[in-house]
Design a protein around this ligand. Structure first.
Ligand code: SF4
Length: 335
């Protein structure tokens, strides 16, 4: 639906932090979700020394450090820059690239990231801008997506087939920036998909379905997928481990990595349970939802469960989900 946004999007960045009820909140983009062991340790140490000791995983496989004291964002930015986690001051908030986490696609992700960050005219793309790489994440609503040689636009196969995927993503991003006005997402631009598709050569006839194929906890070849309870990673864990963050609040690590504090069993009671920030991080919250959800863990449940601290229900997953919404006097269960 076309929308005219009255204000620029206010997504937090690593430098322009959001002031939350529990201090500064920095969102650090990790294109493709891949962190070397050294970069994992930079984030862990920063969370322990400058933040509240936790690393939050987002649904875009980015990370957040919260509880920053006033001014601590400068020290954080310096550490991130030194580690190569902040390659562009001007483009940092638009570097949202989700990649299928079990595929060998990080080189492609890095090439796309480098090309987008190299163009000054793309610095003002919204913080909500999203690129997806791979079939498993093609249904996550990217503005631009790649599945093999298929170019997706606004979360759907455009029908276009490309020979140079990096150049195609860059062209589509430039066209989106030219067309978007005040819109944050391509889906909000009137005839945006049609115009970009036409500019890139017109659609073909074969169209792929968009899919979301979450990775379940457990071993996968020489790696293991480890779920992170409620998406909050204790920053004392995973010391010295290379990590690939998934969009499903889990990490892929080499087999043999110490995963204590995480869960690798798909039958774990933590699997499928999520929660919004709640108290003390969100001033609107009526309760400490994460603590309440943690106390509830162990109660038999099937499928997805999401806990919210107020009726805004932030972070509610798509699809079938049982919700517990704080009312100030307990929780309302919504099915
Ligand atoms: S659902 Fe309410 S309490 Fe939870 S993060 Fe959103 S605004 Fe805050």
């Amino acid at each position: 639906m076309p929308q005219d946004r009255e204000r620029p999007d206010a997504c937090p960045g690593a430098v322009d932090v959001h002031q939350a009820a529990d201090g500064g909140l920095a969102r650090i983009r990790v294109p493709g979700g891949t962190l070397s062991a050294a970069r994992t340790d930079v984030l862990r140490t920063a969370a322990l020394e400058l933040g509240d000791g936790w690393i939050e995983l987002t649904s875009r496989a980015n990370v957040q450090i919260r509880g920053l004291a006033p001014g601590a964002e400068h020290e954080l930015a310096a550490r991130l820059r030194d580690a190569g986690l902040l390659p562009s001051r001007t483009h940092e908030r638009m570097r949202n690239i989700i990649a299928a986490p079990l595929e060998d696609n990080q080189d492609l992700v890095d090439a796309i990231d480098g090309a987008l960050c190299g163009l000054p005219e793309l610095a003002d793309l919204p913080g909500r801008f999203l690129v997806t790489v791979g079939a498993a994440v093609s249904g996550l609503g990217g503005d631009i997506g790649l599945v093999g040689d298929a170019l997706f636009l606004a979360g759907r196969d455009s029908g276009l087939r490309v020979t140079d995927p990096v150049a195609a993503v860059v062209r589509a991003a430039r066209l989106f920036q030219e067309l978007r006005g005040t819109a944050w997402r391509l889906s909000e631009v009137d005839s945006g998909v049609r115009k970009i598709t036409a500019a890139l050569g017109g659609p073909g006839s074969e169209v792929l379905a968009a899919t979301v194929i979450p990775v379940a906890p457990g071993p996968v070849g020489d790696r293991v997928v480890a779920g992170v309870p409620l998406g909050r990673l204790d920053a004392r864990l995973l010391a010295g481990a290379p990590v690939r963050i998934t969009p499903w609040r889990s990490v892929v690590v080499p087999a043999g990595t110490d995963t204590s504090g995480l869960f690798t069993d798909p039958e774990s009671p933590w699997h499928g349970v999520s929660a919004c920030t709640g108290r003390p991080g969100c001033a609107k919250s009526l309760s400490d939802v994460r603590a309440d959800a943690a106390r509830w863990i162990g109660t038999p449940h099937a499928g997805r469960v999401h806990w919210s601290g107020c009726a805004r229900r932030c972070g509610r997953p798509a699809g079938d989900v049982v919700e517990f919404v704080a009312t100030g006097d307990g929780y309302e269960e919504i099915r």
